[in-house]
Every structure is written in C-alpha cells, then in structure tokens.
Design a binder for this molecule. Structure first.
Ligand code: OAA
Length: 171
C-alpha cells in the first residue's frame, strides 16, 4: 500500500500493484515522459480523444464544448515543434468541466497553464503555436507513446504516472 498524496482520491501505484499481472491489455501504463502542468495535480475520468499533427483545431473545439468530467487525450504524434494547448485553451477546458488533458506533444504559456483549474500532462513547453487548418480527428483510437488509448477508456493521472483502463478502477 502506497501513501497517496493527501489531495488525490486514488493512487496509480496502488492500481499498478493490483493490476500488474493483467495480461489482457485492459490495464495500460503510459511511459514516464510526461511533465505536469495545470493547477490540478491529480485527475481522472473517461477518455475523449483528438488525433492531430501540429494543428490544434480539434483540440480547441473539444475544450470549448462540455467536458462533463472527461479527460481529453491528444495524440499529437509526439511532435515537439508546435504547442497544441496554451493558456486560453487550458482556461476553456477548466471552464467547460474537463477534468484534465494529456497531450502527446507540447504546450505553452506555463504561468497561465498552472493557474488553470484543470489537470495537464504534456511532453514539454514550446512557445510556437500551431496553424489552425481545420485538420484532425475526434474520438478515434489513438496511440500515445506506443500505448493504445480509446474513447471511453478511463484514465488516471497522479504524481507517479498515468494509467489507462477499459473499466473504471476502484480507489
Ligand atoms: O490558441 C492556441 O493555439 C494555443 C494557445 O496559445 C492558447 O490556448 O492560448
């Protein structure tokens, strides 16, 4: 049993203790390449996805729509060349009830991100924004750092890491 941070209602370490023998693929762990931004340290919820490449049109549309406690997983292909989320989109995500965002790509406006009441993980900071060309896909299965994540999966992020499950996990 691992002590959870006082504010987190769950522990990814505890989930891993319980599910480390899972060979079904139902329980997955993302590689430890994400940095934590955003004003909420731990977050969880059902997954919605965006798949895009250096174009955040669909990310903007998603965070400007009701989040209903979900986590937006953005497959940006790991690109370090453009920021897919900045202060405005993080604030919109918080305002519209998204629990958090996991971005396989970069973000910008670090001070504004950290002031937003939303969880956020991303590969790093990059001040250059995208060009919005209207491209990208919504709610398709994506691969994040080689791990499949599907709309309707459950995602849990805390200070130790990020896990994904086809079923909600009991804290
Ligand atoms: O609008 C963008 O492309 C990203 C950004 O800077 C913001 O969210 O504030």
């Amino acid at each position: 049993m691992t002590a959870a941070p006082s504010s987190a209602p769950f522990s990814t370490c505890d989930f891993c203790d319980e599910h480390k023998g899972d060979m079904s693929g139902s329980f997955r762990v993302l590689p430890p390449v994400f940095q934590s931004f955003g004003g909420v340290a731990a977050f969880a919820g059902p997954v919605s996805t965006v798949k895009c490449h250096e174009d955040n049109t669909q990310v903007k549309a998603a965070v400007e729509s009701p989040g209903e406690g979900r986590v937006l997983v953005v497959d940006g292909g790991g690109s370090l060349r453009r920021a897919l989320v900045g202060g405005n989109l993080a604030a919109a995500a918080a305002r519209n009830g998204w629990a958090g965002l996991v971005v396989d790509g970069c973000v910008r406006d670090v001070a504004e991100l950290n002031a937003a009441a939303v969880g956020l993980r991303a590969l790093g900071l990059m001040p250059l924004p995208t060009e919005r060309r209207g491209e990208g896909q919504r709610d398709v299965a994506v691969q994040i750092q080689g791990v499949w994540v599907r709309p309707g999966d459950w995602l849990y992020a805390d200070a130790d890491g990020i896990v994904v499950s086809t079923q909600p996990l009991a804290a």
